[in-house]
Structure formats: C-alpha cells, structure tokens
Design a protein around this ligand. Structure first.
Ligand SMILES: Nc1ncnc2c1ncn2[C@@H]1O[C@H](COP(=O)(O)OP(=O)(O)OP(=O)(O)O)[C@@H](O)[C@H]1O
Ligand SMILES: [Mg+2]
Length: 472
C-alpha cells in the first residue's frame, strides 16, 4: 500500500531533523524575532557555555554575536553551506528558515557540522588560497601589477650560508646601491631581488625585470629604453615605454646580466652615467631614477677579464655583491625548503596537508642538486603526483631521485640496442640528446651561452629557454 504523502513528508522532515542533530556538533532554533527557542547541549558545550545556563528566550546575538540567523529571518533564504573557523576548528554551518503553512516565517534553525573535516580541507584551502590571491592581486593592482611578490623572510633557509644571504639582502635594502646577485641556476636570485626591492624604501615603486638572455638582441634596446611614436612600423601612437622608465622610482632587475650584448652594455652605461634615457627614434631624453639589481649565474669578473663584459659597466653595477651558495653547500636547508614547497603545493592545489619524514629528507640530502631549489621544487611536485597527494614516502623518493647520469646514459643505450619493448618515448629521447649536446656546447664555449648557442646554430633565446628547462 502506498503511504499517505503527507505522512511521508512529515516523517521525512522529522528524520531529517534527527539525522542533522545527530551528525551536527550543535543545533539551535529561534523564533521569528531571533530569540532562542531551542539549543542542544552539544552546541552549548561547543560554544563553551556552561550546561546549566538557560539560554532559551535570549536574543541569539547575545549568545553568538556574529550569527547569520537574523539574516536568514530577514531574507527568508537558507544559507546552506557556510565555512567558519572557530578558534582552530573548521566547521560547516547550515541555517534554514522555518515557515508556517501559509509560508510565513516563524523562525529559523541552524546546525554546526564539525568533523575533523578532512573532506572539506581541500575546499577550505581553496578558499584561503583564493582570498590570499585576492588580497595580493588587490595590492598589486594598486601599483600597476608590478609589485614584488617576495619578502626576505620568504627566502627559506637557516644554514649559515642562507642567513648570510638574508642579512646581506636586508643591508642592501637600506640603500639604493646597485647589487649583483650571483648564484647557480635555481638558487633563488630572482626571489632575492624581489625581496630586496620589497624591503627597500622603493617598495612603493615598481619592480621590473628584464631577462637579458631571453630577449633577442634586436629587441633589447627597445625593451630597455623604449621607442618614440613612429620609431618603427607597427608601433602605435603612444610609442613604447621601456623597462627603465617603467622602473622609475623603483627597481630594475637585469636578469642574466652577463649575457648583455656589447651594444646594449654601452647604452646602459651611458644611461647610468647621465641618469637619463633616450627612447629609440626620439630626440627627447627622459630622466630616470632606478635602482639596479643584476643577477647572473656566471662569474662577471672573469668575463671582464676575458673582455666579454665592459669593466666600467661592471664596476657601476657591482657596488654590493651577494653570492647565493648552491643548495649542495647548504643541504641542511632541504628540510625547511621541502616543507615550504609542500605547503605551497597543498595550498595551490587545494590538497589536504602532506608531510615528509626524516628518512625521505635524508635521501634528498644525498643528492647534489645541480638545478638547486628549482630542481628540488620539481622533485617535490613529482613526489606529490606520484604519491597521489599522500604523505611522502622514502621509497618514492628513492625511486624518483636521479641515478648517476652515467647509469642513465647506459640504460638509454641498452634500450636502444635491446629491442623496442623498453624504448623511451620519442620526446624523452630527443630531450635527452638535446640536453647532452647543449651541455657539451657549454663546456666547449667555456660557459658562454651566446657562444654555445652559436656552436649549435640555435637562436640564443631558444638556447636560453631550453637550458633553463634542462637545468643546464
Ligand atoms: N631560498 C628559497 N626559498 C624559497 N624558495 C626558493 C628559494 N630559492 C629558490 N626558491 C624557488 O626556486 C625556484 C627558482 O628560483 P629563482 O627563479 O629565484 O632562481 P634563479 O636563481 O633566478 O634561477 P635562474 O638562474 O635559473 O634564473 C623558484 O620557484 C623559487 O621560488
Ligand atoms: Mg632567474
């Protein structure tokens, strides 16, 4: 027999209520004037109110100052899902209006669902991440999207080497002297440059970076100094503002400064001496006040000695040298860096927290990290992927850590000789060959990227991009 539909509905309503009350960490109901008519013991305990205190009849706002129940009563709309943090506990709160048979609001009830809420952690993380991103975007909008994203405290590390770098960065921030940051690829030169800017009294100005190696030589002049309207075909009425001018009052990062072509070196030197620039194709000069930070993974001094870099420019740029030691000289920083990177990944991807144990860290400290922190970051990304977002196991680290490159090369040879079953994918094989050739060219060119690119007949900017990809 089919049960009476009204009967079914009222049974559904009461069991719905019971289930909620059972699942919830607390439940509360009010009349239409937001006075408490019912509150269960669990909720009273959750709120830290002694069980013997009778709350019935009190306005809800006296008990829960920021309650949204009054809003539900005003609008007649439920708030089905609200994420709240009470001290360090994360909860889902749902609030519903109550109607009489004529759809008049007679009250409201609310439930606080609290679990250890592993399931909603990703959601909470996403919310937190979005609100951080939002406030960062807002502050960056206020100065045209060119603010620095890092502060000195975000340069992670507590080894003497790392602490010395941070000390020097803070000291450099006290003046506007030009700084040269040297360090192997992936040691954090760019984030340190941003940190110096952010700690200096130019923080309100722009932080602008030019990657000297990544931009084709023919375009570098305009990139630096800009171009007057009509300077070349295709340029709009406004002309083009150069990076020097964009950085006026702020900081300009000359990234990969050692790769600066000779013609640009002389123009830059002149601009620094005169404190003014001359956009291409114009006859007006523009005054600029720019703090220069240069970054390089090569030894500027030896380039000066071999005549590849102008000595006078190098003196001007290098008032305050900072050397970031490679990761293998501060292996003890790996634990803190790994934690930090994991936290970033968890926030970015909205995962539940992931931990990494001492055994795994130990293994990571056994590698020599030619690609430094960037390589470590890539490794952690892969570990997270491989482990499916679970805590990182030492065994996974052992599997993913690169073997000796000789062994890898051997394996490649074997597979090529030994039939098709173990053949690497085409893209991997090509990349392996390409990076081997590029390394060889770098050795032959004595570390000069421009020369190495020429040896391989590759465009300089392509060479640069690939060198970065392969951590050369
Ligand atoms: N001390 C550090 N703390 C936190 N993150 C770091 C640190 N050092 C490097 N990183 C991270 O490593 C990556 C590489 O850093 P960055 O781009 O600043 O290196 P770089 O020295 O400029 O490298 P390259 O010479 O290849 O341009 C970035 O993801 C950066 O956030
Ligand atoms: Mg860099």
């Amino acid at each position: 027999m089919i049960p009476d539909i009204r009967d079914l509905r009222s049974r559904a309503q009461s069991s719905f209520f019971e289930i909620f009350e059972e699942l919830a960490e607390g439940g509360i109901a009010t009349d239409k004037d937001a006075r408490i008519v019912w509150i269960n013991a669990k909720y009273q305990k959750f709120l830290g109110i002694p069980a013997n205190r009778n709350l019935v009849g009190l306005p809800i706002s006296e008990v829960i100052p920021r309650s949204l129940i009054p809003r539900v009563l005003d609008t007649g709309h439920p708030i089905l899902l609200d994420l709240m943090e009470y001290s360090d506990r994360r909860c889902i709160v749902s609030r519903f209006p109550l109607f009489d048979d004529d759809r008049r609001i007679i009250g409201a009830f609310g439930f606080v669902l609290y679990d250890n809420l592993n399931e909603i952690m990703p959601l909470m993380n996403k919310v937190r991440k979005l609100s951080t991103a939002l406030s960062r975007a807002e502050s960056s909008l206020r100065n045209g999207g060119r603010s620095a994203r890092y502060s000195v405290s975000q340069f992670i590390g507590t080894t003497p080497g790392a602490l010395e770098v941070k000390r020097q960065a803070r000291a450099a921030a006290l003046s506007s002297l030009p700084v040269v940051i040297t360090g192997e690829t992936g040691t954090g030169k760019e984030i340190l440059a941003q940190a110096i800017h952010a700690a200096s009294d130019r923080a309100g100005g722009n932080f602008v970076a030019v990657n000297v190696a990544a931009i084709p030589e023919a375009l570098l002049e305009v990139e630096f100094f800009g171009a007057a309207p009509g300077a070349y075909t295709g340029l709009g009425k406004q002309g083009r503002i150069g990076k020097m001018q964009l950085a006026n009052g702020g900081t300009l990062l000359l990234d990969e400064v050692a790769d600066m072509p000779a013609a640009i070196q002389s123009k830059l030197l002149r601009a620094l001496q005169e404190r003014e620039i001359e956009p291409l194709g114009g006859n007006a000069v523009v005054k600029v006040d720019v703090r220069l930070i240069s970054a390089t993974s090569r030894d500027l001094e030896s380039l000066v000695q071999s005549g590849q870099f102008r000595a006078d420019l190098s003196y001007r740029l290098n008032a305050y040298p900072i050397r970031i030691p490679p990761l293998r000289e501060r292996l003890a920083d790996i634990a803190a860096l790994a934690e930090h990177i994991l936290e970033e990944i968890v926030l970015r991807d909205g995962l539940s927290s992931i931990s990494i144990g001492a055994a795994a860290i130990n293994l990571l400290q056994g590698h020599d990290w030619p690609g430094n922190v960037r390589e470590l970051r890539n490794m952690i990304e892969r570990l997270v992927l491989e482990g499916g977002g679970k805590d990182i196991e030492a065994a996974t680290v052992r599997d993913l850590l690169p073997r000796q490159s000789k062994a890898a090369a051997g394996r490649r040879g074997d597979t090529l000789a030994g039939g098709t079953a173990l053949l690497p994918r085409m893209a991997e094989a090509v990349a392996a060959l390409e990076s081997d050739l590029m390394r060889a060219a770098m050795v032959q060119a004595g570390g000069d990227r421009t020369r190495a690119a020429e040896l391989l007949q590759m465009p300089r900017s392509t060479f640069y991009a690939k060198a970065r990809e392969y951590s050369i």
